[in-house]
Ligand binder design. Structure first.
Ligand SMILES: O=c1ccn([C@@H]2O[C@H](COP(=O)(O)OP(=O)(O)O[C@H]3O[C@H](CO)[C@@H](O)[C@H](O)[C@H]3O)[C@@H](O)[C@H]2O)c(=O)[nH]1
Length: 484
């Protein structure tokens, strides 16, 4: 980047959830690596995680500034110390959490007024950010964090709601979307089912409207991955969008990959040593993102399936509080002794990007959170898809039907993010795990996944489409700020 971009001043405001904060930190690093100045906003209790990432970035000579806003828990009835979406969801306090989040608008406006940055990149869950930025004539870019395919699917469902009552498992086609995309009523989020009214639907409408009024959208994906939907989003839905991903690829060496996100519950060196002792493409990795907490009954079913599948695995298990205290509720007796050397359980946070990048990993059982999928694509692994809620059933279609690099475990019903009841039995899990690890079909999927990985690596290098999209965005923002 030339002289101009060095002057670009970008403020980034992620939503207070790890699945949103982590990619936004990568985006900040991307801007800085291209000569811009970047500031991340977060709240007091989220500051240590952000600070860790910022310090890593600083070591690489790419400093990012931090701006800390206080989070008003008490005024909205949230317990003290609840500053992340994951915690609020666990307490079933979505409304209160969003009310406290809305109160961040005022310190944001003060910051924008005094700092007058060239641009504000704010998460989709902060729909008021467009108007806040407009007050000071600052362009606001929206960051959703999901695939372009899901952005299109959600928007067509918002614009053309289902008006006819369908039975739960009746198949329907997503209207207008290229590719004849089939879904059942139970797979789509409740707010898009016929005649549904409620707080979350009104909120999603606010998000849709604020996106239309914003300067444009930053997408963590790359054009070649989903060209039909990138074109549909731009040409048919009329969005100005820049595809700049996979953003996780800005973490280049093992240390950076291991350090991404919050502190891991496993020593990274032990983890690598364990993986180094395995043959290439011989281990399956199981992890369901930062938010989902599985019931003991469902965890038990996964354990039984992993054991009977005979496959080697790394399984990430999360719980509320210390999961180890409840081991006897979900872990079959003697499981870890029997699995010694064959399977590794990580209780808590795993260094996911580092693990996925290891040559021993062949496949990934994922809940289809978009970061996880894109990280899987960037490392060439095939997937067993197990969507739970949010937009994950759409992402599953992209992986299994469009990209053809995954097998569905057979999850049928969209659920609320957070607690996961028992829905998928041992036999189905075992079957999918065996299918993705061995046989001709598994090999073909892995080959396709590897081709996508090569494309992903190319797209973020100079001359690649994501690299060029970020260049055009930076150039456009620079010209705008100079009044060209
Ligand atoms: O033990 C863990 C668990 C997660 N991660 C990282 O945390 C992120 C998790 O993101 P994602 O896979 O997208 O899952 P969620 O945390 O569930 O993400 C939420 O946000 C995503 C982006 O908007 C949506 O696609 C999902 O549906 C929504 O649940 C990824 O970068 C992972 O690498 C780790 O590093 N270690």
């Amino acid at each position: 980047m030339g002289e101009e971009s060095r002057k670009l001043d970008v403020i980034l405001f992620p939503f207070l959830a790890h699945g949103h904060m982590i990619p936004m930190l990568d985006i900040a690093r991307l801007f800085v690596s291209r000569g811009a100045k970047a500031t991340i906003i977060t709240t007091t209790l989220n500051a240590p995680t952000v600070l860790k990432s910022i310090q890593n970035s600083q070591k690489l000579g790419a400093p990012i500034d931090l701006e800390i806003f206080p989070f008003s828990t008490r005024q909205v009835g949230l317990p003290e110390g609840v500053e992340s979406f994951e915690q609020a969801i666990g307490l079933d306090m979505f409304g209160q959490f969003m009310a406290a989040t809305d109160m961040l608008r005022s310190p944001l406006e003060q910051l924008l007024e005094s700092r007058r940055p060239d641009c504000l990149v704010a998460d989709m869950f902060l729909p008021w950010a467009t108007d806040a930025a407009a007050k000071f004539d600052i362009p606001r870019l929206v960051f959703h964090g999901t695939s372009c395919f899901s952005l299109c699917a959600i928007e067509v469902l918002r614009l053309y709601p289902l008006n006819v009552p369908l039975s739960d498992d009746e198949v329907f086609f997503l209207p207008h979307l290229p590719g004849d995309i089939k879904l059942t009523r139970l797979q789509i989020p409740v707010e898009y089912r016929e005649n549904f009214e409620g707080q979350f639907k009104r909120f999603m409408n606010r998000i849709g409207e604020s996106e239309v009024k914003s300067y444009g959208v930053i997408v963590n994906s790359f054009y070649e991955l989903e060209p039909a939907y990138a074109d549909y989003y731009r040409n048919d839905l009329g969005r100005r969008a820049w595809h700049i991903g996979p953003v996780s690829l800005c973490n280049r060496n093992r240390e950076e990959k291991a350090q991404r996100g919050i502190e891991a519950a496993v020593d990274e060196h032990d983890c690598v040593k364990w993986l180094d002792s395995k043959e290439p493409n011989s281990v399956i990795y199981i992890c369901f993102g930062s938010m989902a907490i599985f019931s003991s009954a469902q965890l038990h079913e996964i354990a039984m399936a992993l054991e009977s599948s005979g496959q080697q695995f790394i399984w990430v298990v999360k719980g509320r509080g210390d999961i180890r205290e409840n081991d006897q509720e979900w872990l079959p007796e003697g499981f870890e002794e029997r699995m010694e050397g064959k399977g590794l359980i990580i209780r808590g946070w795993a260094p996911q990007v580092m693990i996925l990048d290891h040559q021993a990993i062949a496949a990934f059982v994922t809940h289809c959170g978009w970061n996880s999928i894109l990280e899987g694509i960037s490392t060439g692994v095939s997937m067993v898809t197990w969507p739970l809620g949010a937009e994950q059933f759409f992402n599953e279609i992209l992986v299994t039907e469009i990209l053809k690099i995954g097998i569905p475990v057979g999850a049928k019903e969209w659920g609320k993010v957070g607690s996961v009841p028992l829905t998928v039995k041992q036999e189905a899990i075992e079957k999918a795990v065996r299918q993705i690890m061995a046989g001709e079909e598994a090999e073909e999927m892995r080959n396709r996944a590897n081709r996508l990985k090569e494309m992903a690596l190319r797209t973020v290098e100079e001359g690649g489409s994501s690299y060029s999209d970020l260049s055009s965005l930076i150039e456009e923002l620079c010209s705008k700020s100079k009044g060209d």
